[in-house]
Design a protein. Structure first.
Length: 425
């Protein structure tokens, strides 16, 4: 993805980031590294610590990925944050001017227009309803547009709260490399970058759809073995009033926790063909900081014959071929024996297919033709069999993803650059 954006008519490419949690902070790291934007404005919306230096230290150090300067320039590098101005709320990070806003959490009151931030990455996880008006109680993604942004990129799946409302025409869910050709710059102003799990899953399922088509995929299911997120509790605590899932209040440090994922629903927005296939998605949270895994199980209609055509080698060759065709490196095939920590900081691929663990098994489903077909009362000239066997092959495929930096925010960064290149053309 081309990182440099040409400036015309004196318009500097300025990026806005709302929220400085895991995705917001790592998005900042991404664009400091890329040097796409001449300036970055980050809205925190509240006072933090005792001084701006506290924010700088938070940006600089990360328990999962190490320090920002080492991420940028290697282990011998020195600090890259300088010129911290408490009064103005500014600092220089590796040569990129960064302004920290600490006054308001309401998107419509953030002064994006003042700073010329035409692109805003909404990373708080709170403003996901594209139907909510700019002045909605508690704020909305659409508020960023009223505040001067031209495009809002939401780092989560869009979720309409009010039943019966449809997706607005100016909203879209885009996974770069999968359906970014559907992005309409003139029409789409609220863009969801889906989720880390949907992004990985899209790159696992798309090669199978391209090869077999939805007609041969009878059903699919997935489980993501997912790292902890910021919404989970460090220690057990009482649930809020009305809470129905009591597991969300249990300690992630001590437990494997069953939870839910909207990946199946969101995948249908990204790859509409998936809506023709019965699909189940589940999630299991485990006590690690990042490095997640999708286990995809697909039932495929095989060809009748003595030996099944669909086998382990065919499935792996589909992914090998997909890696060769995907010139941007969004899918990787490997036969290494990885563990989750090997995936941390593996930049570029949405998924890393663990070919060593691909498995297939074929079973034969017997159909009673007397029940399926309406047999005429008079005898036929050709004797029909009473039953028929149809081979069904089940394939199990494993896909790794660094759900924070290497996979998700890296691809979110590519999508941001693509959209910005049209804004600042």
């Amino acid at each position: 993805m081309e990182n440099k954006i040409k400036m015309i008519s004196g318009r500097k490419p300025v990026l806005g980031i709302n929220g400085l949690g895991r995705i917001g902070k790592l998005t900042l790291w991404q664009h400091i590294s890329r040097k796409t934007f001449s300036e970055i404005v980050v809205n925190i919306g509240r006072k933090v610590g005792t001084k701006l230096e506290d924010v700088a230290l938070y940006i600089e150090k990360d328990s999962t990925y190490g320090s920002l300067h080492q991420f940028l320039h290697g282990y011998k590098a020195k600090r890259v944050i300088e010129n911290i101005n408490e009064e103005k709320g500014t600092m220089l990070i590796d040569g990129v001017p960064v302004t920290i806003l600490r006054e308001t959490r309401s998107p419509r009151l953030i002064p994006w227009d003042k700073y010329g931030a035409k692109i805003v990455v909404e990373s708080t996880g709170k403003f996901k309803d594209p139907t909510a008006p700019p002045d909605a109680k508690g704020g909305s993604a659409r508020g960023h547009l009223e505040a001067g942004a031209e495009k809002v990129i939401v780092s989560a799946p869009l979720k309409i709260k009010e039943k019966g409302l449809s997706m607005p025409e100016d909203a879209a869910t885009i996974v770069i490399g999968i359906n970014d050709d559907k992005y309409d710059h003139a029409k789409h102003h609220i863009i969801s970058a889906a989720s880390c799990t949907t992004t990985c899953l899209a790159y696992m399922i798309k090669p199978l759809l391209d090869y077999f088509s939805s007609k041969k995929i009878l059903s699919a299911s997935m489980a993501t073995i997912h790292a902890a997120t910021g919404t989970q509790e460090v220690l057990d605590r009482l649930p809020e009033a009305g809470a129905t899932d009591l597991r969300k209040n249990r300690s992630i440090m001590n437990n494997i926790i069953l939870t839910t994922t909207g990946a199946a629903k969101t995948l249908g927005l990204v790859i509409p063909e998936m809506n023709k296939i019965g699909f189940i998605a589940e999630s299991v949270r485990i006590p690690i900081s990042t490095g997640s895994l999708i286990i995809l199980v697909v039932a495929l209609s095989d060809e009748p014959g003595n030996e099944p055509i669909i086998n382990r080698n065919l499935i792996n060759n589909i992914y090998r071929d997909a890696e060769q065709k995907e010139k941007r490196g969004y899918i990787k095939y490997t036969e290494e024996q990885n563990v989750s920590s090997d995936i941390i900081g593996h930049f570029g691929p949405a998924t890393i297919i663990e070919g060593n663990e691909t498995h297939t098994r074929t079973a034969y489903v017997t159909f009673d033709l007397n029940k399926l077909l309406k047999i005429p009362a008079e005898p036929l000239s050709v004797q029909l069999p009473n039953s028929m066997e149809i081979p069904v092959t089940q394939a199990v495929i494993y896909g790794w993803y660094d759900n924070e930096m290497g996979s998700y925010t890296s691809m979110l960064g590519d999508l941001t650059v693509k959209i910005a290149s049209m804004v600042y053309q």
